[in-house]
Design a protein around this ligand. Structure first.
Ligand SMILES: [Zn+2]
Length: 847
């Protein structure tokens, strides 16, 4: 067992050296002597099993017995707060420093045993008096100390070399690098990093031309350890210097890392051109430097700068720096602060934990096994919404203080709770954790039954959040009574990093939405016209014949898309429609329609070999799109074409039409993601067109024949999407930021509108109005909504519970009409001048 004494062990170098010795403090006896007492440091040394002696090295009586038994002394004691230039000299301070240095060194030399090795830090400053620029100064070069610090070190060197003892003198260059509270900021690279971290101005006197020699802190500590271990190196002097670099070059590194820093040069007289030490001798005995100037500066600037802390109140992170081999995977999570408590918590599938918040602590959980849905809500913002997301194995989830959270376990799970602070069970509800019930039993069941954990298109689980619009009712399920029961589901869009598909976080049972549908396509003139034009186009381009061609429409509504074919004499037409009322209506109008969902079990009911299969605004309306696509391909003739129209994600992102997001739309397509989707089948997309229905849609043509020629529209549109950033998660994050800004603006503007004292009456109750009003939290502000569709009269918009009435309930022209069906704003305004003089488009409140 070696006995090692470190004097001045809680200083800048000592702290790093102790850290290295903590690795062997169970085998060797390590003692630190220091006249300072820093609580955190002392506590740290104790926990490392390093002895701490609070004593002054000039006080013989209190230190001699520790020195007597030492095998090695790292003699680091010294006053480091010293003058670097002549003008700063202060004779009292200087003489005190000299006295401490001389006396403590002579005590170390006299009280240690004959065989004790003394390792001592001297300084490059012993060469400071040289007038010319000198590089690569060797150890035996003539010294020229001038100021008190260097003359004192010079004196110590003499004391040691003349003592006849075993010694190592290390002449240190300027030591730089981050350490804890002992970091010395008066050293040039540290000082420059400090300035750079505050976006300040670095002043370069004499243009910063002076040559400096520098050495990283950790390498200095390593070198002391190295010298202690090497019994073959005895009574010798080494330069300990890594870089020879000008002051200006150091400033340039800071500027490179933080371009906001300013550099100002003055052209005053250079006090001396500087000098650099050679490290050849040190390298020749086998020492290796492991750390670099640029990394050290980067570390200091980063640690002292305002950090880009994520805005999200709850964040899920995958492990980083993955290393995979045949044994398995390693990944790391870096934590910004130390933790002092790890809870091991296992949980059964179907149970709920948390339902509380922490007033001060950040919650960090590492999910080791299983899966859970996390639900959270900001408690400091009264308008905040509940947000849900999935946590998968290996994820670290971090929740900010004052954010209520709950975990719904969807598999048997084990997580580690990583705590900074206390978690006394007795103080539950008092100091660290307070109850807040966020998820009750029925909501748990709803989440368990409806959550979508993997990508509908590619099956992977790398889903990232695009936007959360809060818990919302099913947009088209209008209430019959104001207080009728109404289920709320999270309305959140996720993005798949693997195939760029966007989809909702939950899957609502389609029977709850599509079995009795109030939306009649044919009531809209725009859509009737759209399908008329489309049919003529298809007949021409695909050379369809009224006698032979078999036209099928999936999600055929009341027959709107097939009617133009029928009118042109097409005999073989068939609609597939899951809403009973609509199928009935279509059949009544002599458009043959089968009432069912398109899935494998219904396939045998449907006649095969269609020339054309249309699917307009249905290819986002099912969880089982793969099955739907397979069925369509099975029903299609070999030479046939599937023509799909979907709402276009690019328009939603570009035009910020977040109100197109509702539970009926399970999926949000771009051409990029559709191509990835159809790659899985024996099919390919041969042509794509942008069309203007539903605020921007996409029409694609799919062929079974893999040898079909591909139109150039595909390449063009893919390029446009790529340029827009459809494959870049940042695009989606920016979308979400803008949506939250819209929410703030609307709240502010509706308040302003209301302050006029006029009634506000809504116009139109499309699904998008349900989404928007619920997201904005607008309810009592609107007296009632009027609607042209009589089927909706007497009902209530779900969630916000605003009554829907007929127009004759508007008794005077004094109210403000807020147009919720904003895509028809002009028509509504022009056709209803008798209702009010004041029309406002809800879209205009978004600015
Ligand atoms: Zn995917």
């Amino acid at each position: 067992m070696k006995k090692i004494v470190i004097t001045g062990g809680i200083g800048y170098i000592g702290t790093e050296l102790c850290k290295i010795y903590s690795g062997e403090s169970w085998n060797n006896k390590i003692t630190v002597i220091d006249n300072r007492f820093i609580s955190e440091r002392v506590n740290q040394l104790r926990s490392w099993n390093i002895d701490f002696i609070h004593a002054d090295m000039t006080d013989l009586e209190s230190v001699n017995h520790h020195l007597r038994e030492a095998d090695v002394v790292h003699h680091l004691v010294g006053i480091t707060d010293v003058s670097r230039i002549k003008e700063e000299s202060n004779s009292d301070k200087d003489s005190k420093m000299k006295e401490v240095a001389e006396k403590s060194t002579s005590i170390v030399l006299s009280e240690t045993s004959k065989n004790c090795k003394i390792i001592f830090p001297s300084t490059h400053v012993v060469f400071e008096g040289k007038k010319d620029l000198i590089k690569d100064i060797k150890e035996d070069y003539e010294k020229f100390p001038v100021l008190a610090y260097s003359t004192s070190k010079d004196l110590n060197e003499k004391q040691i070399t003349e003592s006849g003892k075993n010694y190592i003198i290390l002449r240190l260059a300027s030591v730089y690098g981050y350490s804890t509270d002992t970091t010395r900021l008066n050293i040039m690279p540290n000082l420059f990093s400090q300035i750079a971290s505050q976006n300040g101005t670095i002043k370069l006197f004499a243009g910063g031309k002076q040559l400096k020699c520098l050495v990283p802190l950790i390498d200095v500590a390593r070198c002391f350890k190295f010298m202690e271990e090497r019994n073959d190196i005895k009574s010798d002097i080494f330069n300990l210097s890594k870089d020879q670099i000008t002051v200006e070059q150091v400033a340039d590194i800071c500027k490179k890392i933080n371009p906001k820093v300013k550099i100002v040069k003055t052209d005053d007289r250079i006090p001396n051109p500087g000098y650099g030490l050679s490290n050849k001798k040190l390298l020749s005995v086998g020492f290796k430097f492991l750390y670099g100037l640029e990394e050290s500066i980067k570390e200091m600037i980063y640690k002292w700068s305002k950090q880009n802390i994520t805005r999200n109140l709850e964040n899920v992170k995958k492990g980083e720096k993955e290393f995979v081999d045949e044994r398995g995977k390693i990944s790391n999570h870096e934590l910004p602060e130390p933790i002092n408590l790890i809870g091991y918590i296992d949980s059964k599938k179907g149970t709920v934990r948390a339902n509380h918040f922490h007033p001060i602590q950040e919650q960090k959980c590492l999910l080791v096994k299983g899966q859970f849905i996390s639900v959270y809500k900001d408690l400091l913002n009264k308008n905040s919404q509940k947000v849900t997301h999935v946590v998968n194995e290996g994820d670290l989830i971090v929740t900010k203080p004052n954010v209520a959270h709950a975990m719904v376990f969807t598999k048997d799970s084990v997580f580690l709770n990583l705590v900074r602070g206390e978690r006394e069970h007795e103080n539950y509800g008092v100091t660290h954790t307070k109850r807040y019930v966020l998820v009750k039993e029925d909501e748990k069941n709803l989440l368990m039954n409806s959550y979508k954990f993997d990508c509908r298109s590619c099956g992977k689980t790398n889903l990232k959040r695009v936007v959360s619009l809060g818990y919302q009712p099913l947009a088209n399920n209008l209430l019959n009574k104001k207080d009728a029961k109404c289920e709320l589901y999270p309305l959140e869009m996720n993005y798949c990093k693997d195939c760029h598909n966007c989809q909702l976080s939950v899957v609502v049972d389609p029977r709850k939405m599509f079995s009795n549908y109030l939306y009649l396509s044919s009531t809209s003139l725009t859509f009737t016209k759209h399908f008329e034009n489309a049919s003529q186009k298809y007949i021409k381009e695909l050379k369809l014949s009224p006698k032979k061609s078999y036209i099928m429409d999936i999600g055929s509504n009341d027959g709107i898309a097939l009617k133009p074919f029928k009118n042109l004499g097409f005999k073989k037409i068939l609609g597939i429609e899951p809403a009973k009322n609509l199928a009935k209506l279509a059949n009544k109008n002599k458009i043959k329609t089968i009432n069912c969902f398109l899935d494998k079990k219904n396939l045998k009911k449907i006649k095969k070999n269609a020339d054309i299969i249309l699917a307009s605004n249905v290819f986002a309306h099912s969880d089982k799109l793969k099955e739907m696509a397979e069925c369509m391909l099975r029903l299609l003739k070999k030479s046939g074409t599937i023509i799909i129209e979907v709402q276009y994600l690019l328009n939603t992102l570009q035009d910020l039409t977040f109100d197109n997001i509702y539970h009926e739309h399970y999926n949000y397509w771009s051409l990029t993601s559709l191509i990835n989707f159809f790659k899985q089948f024996d099919a390919k997309i041969v042509k794509a067109e942008k069309i203007d229905t539903h605020g921007g849609s996409l029409r694609i043509y799919v062929k079974k024949d893999r040898n079909s020629k591909i139109d150039k529209s595909i390449k063009n549109l893919l390029e446009e999407e790529e340029k827009f950033g459809i494959k870049n998660y940042k695009t989606y994050e920016m979308f979400s930021e803008k949506i939250y800004q819209i929410q703030k603006n609307v709240k502010k503007n509706i308040k302003k509108l209301k302050s006029n004292g006029k009634k506000i009456i809504g116009y139109g109750s499309p699904a998008k109005a349900t989404t928007a009003l619920n997201f904005f939290g607008i309810s009592d502000e609107i007296d009632f909504v009027v609607e042209d569709n009589k089927l909706k009269h007497g009902k209530f918009i779900p969630g916000v519970k605003i009554p829907i009435l007929s127009k004759d309930k508007i008794l005077d022209k004094n109210g403000t009409i807020l147009v919720l069906a904003w895509n028809f704003y002009n028509d509504i305004k022009n056709n209803n001048t008798n209702l009010s003089d004041d029309f406002v488009n809800i879209k205009d409140l978004e600015k």
